[in-house]
Ligand binder design. Sequence first.
Ligand SMILES: [Zn+2]
Length: 115
Amino acid sequence: MNLERAEILARLIVRKHLSPAWRFAWHNGTTCAGICSFDTKTILLSKGITAVTPARYVRWTVLHEVAHALTSREKAHHGERWAEKCRELGCPDREGLTPHEDRLRELARKKARVK
Ligand SMILES: [Zn+2]
């Protein structure tokens, strides 16, 4: 997905579902497509992985992290409260978002090496 459009989408989703204390930012890793940082109240997307991921899955990734932000007190990372929140938000209630996730990571790493 185009990174500018992804950023607009992510900011809209964060603003819609989370308190104004939360913000969006990019990260440069290629291991996690998305990160929810409670310390800095930030939802982060991987630049490299986002660039090679179809828009629908990018949207799901943001919602997945928003579900973490909304169920912060839950002990189990991907537990029942989190899964319920995912269903409420309209994204898959499981960890892997796409059947091609490993391939997308590999593609992002390859691109990063070329630059
Ligand atoms: Zn997760």
